[in-house]
Design a protein around this ligand. Structure first.
Ligand code: PEP
Length: 251
């Protein structure tokens, strides 16, 4: 039995047109009472679909989230989406610091922290993503890198109710590769310990630590049963309702 209610969040990335909201409604249909009693679900569609997805999921107890949010409140920031806009569109969560943002958009730990704080200011729960590259893992630096990301990206004063952390090894995202259960256990324990130093042990003990990176129905049970794994952040497999639901059931 778990002390923390797990969360399975789907990151649709830059995928999804109006017609694909059918995936969200199919997930809602499959979110049976016994599953509702055990695991929280969230869907993070592209910003263009967020409002409609939130509306389609009213009454389903499935939350929605943005895939990023601006560190700025409002103003002359063409193309950015603010935390208040996400809240206004019905979101509960905002993914921040996804490796694709860190790598392709040059987001530093300081930027990720500012985004997480902006999200919290609007009562969104940031899902702060961390994770090492393949080179960093091979060099034996994975734990050090991720600890540094946690120290640099997690807002001060966060608690179980205001923060989710996702460990996503960069080399596992979209590749079909996953770390061993032992490596995940080691990393999640290290993240919990680092959060304890930052937030205090009691607060850190309740923060949900998601694993992300090539989670699919066939490996979900093994990954979700690792100590300190409190759910999953799911990319590719979240685009198919039955796969997403199968992962949720594996919690
Ligand atoms: C992600 O990008 O958050 C992710 C986990 O992707 P995938 O499941 O496709 O590896």
């Amino acid at each position: 039995t778990r002390s923390i209610r797990p969360l399975v969040a789907g990151n649709w990335k830059m995928n999804g047109l109006k017609a694909d909201l059918a995936v969200a409604t199919e997930v809602a249909k499959g979110y049976a009472p016994e599953l509702k009693g055990k695991v929280d679900l969230a869907i993070c569609p592209p910003a263009s679909l967020l409002f409609m997805a939130s509306a389609a999921l009213i009454g389903s107890r499935i939350a929605t989230g943005g895939q990023d949010c601006s560190a700025q409140g409002s103003g002359a920031f063409t193309g950015e989406v603010s935390a208040a806009m996400l809240t206004d569109a019905g979101a509960t969560y905002a993914i921040v610091g996804h490796s694709e943002r860190r790598t392709l958009h040059g987001e530093t730990n300081a930027i990720v922290k500012a985004k997480a704080e902006a999200a919290q200011k609007e009562l969104l729960v940031p899902i702060v993503c961390v994770g090492e590259t393949r080179e960093e893992r091979e060099a034996g630096k994975a734990l050090a890198i991720v600890r540094r990301q946690i120290r640099g990206s997690v807002p001060d004063g966060a608690s179980a109710a205001t923060l989710v952390v996702a460990y996503e090894p960069v080399w596992a995202i979209g590749t079909g590769l996953t770390p061993t259960a032992q490596d995940v256990a080691e990393m999640h324990a290290a993240i919990r310990a680092e959060l304890g130093k930052l937030l205090g042990k009691a607060a850190a003990a309740g923060v949900r630590l998601l694993y992300g990176g090539s989670v699919k129905p066939s490996n979900a049970a093994e990954l979700m049963n690792v100590a300190n794994v409190d759910g999953a952040l799911v990319g590719g497999a979240s685009l198919k309702a039955e796969e997403f639901l199968a992962i949720a059931k594996a919690c």
